[in-house]
Write a protein of this length. Structure first.
Length: 377
C-alpha cells in the first residue's frame, strides 16, 4: 500500500467530512523503532470541531479520534501499551521534538471503537474514536474505491460519470436504510440505561411525578473537581458530551443555556428528557425522565437553581411539548396556563452538531468492515 502523508494547511476528507490540517506530529515507538503520524484536524464546517487522524503506514492502521477527558474503558480491552517520543513536528501542535509519553490503547469487542490514554509529564490525555478503512480518508478524489481507468477520450469520461452517479445513489439509499434500521430496530440507546451502568455517575434520588411518572437523578462523581478546574459552561458541556457519546448520539435536540449565570444543558430524545446542571451546592447533577414526566409534572429539578428550573421548562415547552401534546392528549398537562416564554433553538449549535456527528459515526461503524489490530503505538 502506498505511503499516506498529508501536509499542514491542506484540506483532506475523513469519514465523509472535510478538515483542514492544522498540525502534524511524527512519533516513534521506543520498542520497535517504527513511526506513525498524528494529524490535528479542524472541521471546515464547524470551527470548534477538531479531530486527530492517526496514520500508521508501517502497520496499515488508521483511526479518527477526538480528545475526550471522560472516555470510559468499560467494555473495552487493552490491545497495546508502551512508550514513544516525538521525532518531528510541524504546524499548530502542543508537542516538541524529544517529548516522550507512555500509553495504553483499548478496543471494544467488535474491534471498531478505540480509546487511548497517553501519560505525559504534565498530565494524562484521554481520547476516543474508531478505526478507518484506507478508502475512508485522503485528499478528495484519491480514495475512490470504484471506477479506475475510464479510458481516454469522451467515452471514458461519460462512463466514469455514470459510475460516480450510481455510487452516490447507492450511498444515499444505504445511508437512509441505516438511519431507518437504527431507529426502528434498536430504538436508540437510552440515557437512563447509560447512567445506570456508567461508573462515572452515582444514583442520588428519584422524583415521583403525576400519572405514575418518575425522574431519576444522578450525581457526576467528579463534578466538584471539574467545576474547580473549568468554567461552569465547559464542565457541563463536557458531561453532556460524555452522555451523548454513551448513547451514540441518540438525540432529537440538544442545547446549552446561554444565560450568564446558568449553563444547564438540555437533551431531548424520542423517549426521554434529560438535563445536566449545576446544583445549588455546587455539584453536577443529571436528571432524566420519560418525556411524559416532563409533560405531566411541574416539579423543580433536584436541588436546582431558579434559572435551571426555568430553562428546564422553557426548553421542553419549545422543543418537545407541541409533539407530546398530541401523544399525551388524554393526560393532564403541567403547561396549562404556562406563560414563561420559549427559547430560540439553534439546530446548528455546537452540542447538537456534536451529537449528530457521534450518531453518524456510530452508524458508519456498524456498516463498516471495521476491525484490525492496534496501530502498534
Amino acid at each position: 500500500m502506498a505511503i499516506r502523508e498529508f501536509y499542514v494547511n491542506e484540506t483532506i476528507m475523513a469519514d465523509g467530512d472535510y478538515y483542514n490540517v492544522l498540525g502534524k506530529i511524527t512519533y516513534q515507538n521506543k520498542a520497535d523503532g517504527k513511526t506513525w503520524d498524528e494529524y490535528r484536524l479542524r472541521s471546515t464546517a464547524f470551527a470548534n470541531e477538531e479531530r486527530w487522524l492517526s496514520v500508521d503506514n508501517a502497520y496499515n492502521e488508521f483511526s479518527l479520534s477526538k480528545i475526550n477527558p471522560f472516555a470510559s474503558t468499560m467494555g473495552y480491552h487493552v490491545v497495546d501499551s508502551g512508550s514513544a517520543r516525538a521525532v518531528a513536528v510541524s504546524g499548530d501542535v502542543d508537542v516538541e521534538v524529544g517529548d516522550e509519553f507512555t500509553f495504553e490503547e483499548y478496543e471494544d469487542r467488535e474491534e471498531e471503537k478505540i480509546i487511548s490514554i497517553e501519560h505525559w509529564d504534565d498530565g494524562d490525555e484521554y481520547s476516543s474514536g474508531y478505526y478507518l478503512d484506507p478508502w475512508e480518508f485522503g485528499r478528495e478524489g484519491e480514495n475512490v474505491r470504484a471506477g479506475g481507468g475510464g479510458g481516454s477520450g469522451s467515452g471514458g469520461s461519460i462512463v466514469s460519470k455514470i459510475i460516480s452517479s450510481l455510487i452516490i445513489i447507492i450511498m444515499v439509499f444505504g445511508s437512509i436504510a441505516s438511519e431507518f434500521s437504527f431507529s426502528l430496530f434498536s430504538g436508540g440507546k437510552k440515557i437512563s440505561t447509560f447512567l445506570k451502568k456508567s461508573s462515572l455517575y452515582e444514583y442520588t434520588t428519584s422524583i415521583t411525578g403525576s400519572e405514575k411518572q418518575k425522574a431519576d437523578v444522578y450525581e457526576y462523581i467528579s463534578g466538584s473537581t471539574l467545576l474547580q478546574n473549568y468554567s461552569e459552561e465547559e464542565a457541563l458541556m463536557s458531561v453532556a458530551m460524555n452522555i451523548i457519546d454513551g448513547v451514540e448520539g441518540n438525540s432529537e435536540a440538544v442545547q446549552q443555556n446561554d444565560e450568564k449565570d446558568d449553563k444547564t444543558v438540555a437533551i431531548l430524545t424520542k423517549k426521554e428528557y434529560c438535563i445536566v446542571y449545576r446544583s445549588e451546592d455546587d455539584k453536577i447533577f443529571v436528571q432524566v425522565s420519560p418525556r411524559k414526566y416532563a409533560y405531566t409534572t411541574d416539579k423543580e429539578p433536584y436541588r436546582g437553581r431558579r434559572r435551571t428550573r426555568r430553562y428546564y421548562r422553557r426548553f421542553y415547552y419549545s422543543s418537545g411539548y407541541g409533539y407530546d401534546s398530541r401523544s399525551y392528549s388524554r393526560s393532564h398537562s403541567a403547561y396549562d396556563g404556562y406563560s414563561d416564554g420559549t427559547i430560540n433553538y439553534d439546530a446548528g449549535n455546537g452540542l447538537n452538531t456534536y451529537s449528530n456527528s457521534v450518531r453518524q459515526s456510530s452508524i458508519s461503524s456498524r456498516d463498516s468492515d471495521g476491525g484490525g489490530l492496534s496501530s502498534g503505538k
